[in-house]
Design a protein around this ligand. Structure first.
Ligand code: C5P
Length: 318
């Protein structure tokens, strides 16, 4: 809490914020820690696939979800509209932190598919934090918001800052990365969602068995050099993700999806985060559109998008 609650908006006003999805252009998973998380070194890139959160004054908390990302998720991946939704928890956490009642209606317009390895839920939480901070006039500092974000999930702090950043710890400790950009991608979301804990557990299982965990991603130096160098195919050679082997182990059809991306002429392709999104690096904006169209015709992907990054993190837009 950093200021008096004197700037709350009048009852009929709404605040809209947006926050981006991410691709991990480098993800190196270290040992399992005592707290159940793995020590990470990851390079996040925020991309132009964005969720929109509109908050309005309410009596208690209510949450609704609409948009393509909500419809794409089915069965156990259906986006929840209660306290299981990270945006709901973000509202509760900010209210407690600021000492205000948790009164708001939160409407999430989802473009980012759920459980896709794109941190869509984290984007919703980050957008909710900045939107409610404005609606409630709580005037939390950027540091306060980052602290709340880290308590919500490993990827939420990055959704707040956006751009390009190196994440350590669980992924929540961020340092800025110099990157020229933009880089253009086709994102293909194959099949149903994958559970992040299940993918980490599969990596532990593969490592314990001494095989099948793939070549370790190693250090992030070559990715950082490629990002400094600006748009070029150098980034393609440096992409690495330790979660790709366990994701493809759980979902063997991802191998076909990766192969389809390479055969369609991607500079390189990798699984984004814990998957199942395949991120296919393109030469430029036109090539990303061409690549997206080629991937859409493959029949492997449920959703295909041409995106670019870096883009800014969560911010109030209206
Ligand atoms: O932080 P978040 O809620 O996104 O993490 C979801 C799950 O992913 C954790 O409960 C854990 O099983 C796994 N995880 C991990 N190591 C990390 C981040 C996430 O094992 N650094």
């Amino acid at each position: 809490m950093t200021g008096p609650v004197d700037a709350a908006l009048s009852a009929d006003e709404a605040v809209t914020a947006r926050a981006p999805a991410k691709v991990n252009v480098h993800l190196s998973v270290g040992p399992l820690r005592d707290d159940g998380f793995h020590e990470l070194r990851t390079v996040y890139l925020a991309v132009s696939l964005v969720d929109t959160v509109t908050v309005r004054p309410g009596d208690g908390l209510a949450l609704s979800v609409s948009g393509e990302g909500a419809h794409a998720a089915t069965g156990p991946d259906r986006v929840p509209t209660d306290a299981r939704n990270l945006a709901w928890r973000a509202a509760e956490l900010l209210a407690t932190h600021a000492g205000v009642p948790a009164d708001a209606h939160i409407a999430i317009d989802k473009a980012v598919p759920a459980a896709a390895g794109l941190a869509g839920g984290s984007a919703d939480a980050a957008a909710t934090l900045v939107a409610l901070d404005r609606l409630w006039g709580t005037r939390a500092s950027r540091d306060d918001l980052a602290g709340l974000a880290a308590r919500l999930g490993s990827d939420v702090p990055f959704a707040l800052v956006g751009g390009v950043a190196l994440g350590t710890g669980r992924g929540e400790r961020l340092s800025p990365v110099l990157a020229r950009g933009p880089w253009h991608w086709a994102l293909g979301i194959a099949g149903e969602g994958l559970s992040t804990p299940a993918v980490y557990a599969e990596l532990d299982r593969l490592r314990a068995g001494g095989r099948g965990a793939g070549r370790p991603a190693g250090g992030e130096e070559s990715v950082l050099a490629a990002l400094r160098g600006g748009p070029s195919s150098a980034l393609g050679a440096a992409l690495a993700n330790d979660l790709q082997a366990p994701a493809t182990s759980l979902r063997p059809d991802l191998r076909r999806a990766l192969r389809a991306a390479r055969e369609a002429g991607a500079v390189a392709a990798l699984v984004s985060g814990s998957g199942p999104t395949v991120a296919a690096l393109a030469e430029d904006a036109d090539d990303a559109v061409r690549l997206a169209a080629a991937l859409a015709g493959e029949g492997v992907f449920r959703t295909v998008r041409a995106v670019h990054g870096p883009v800014p993190g969560a911010r109030v837009v209206a």
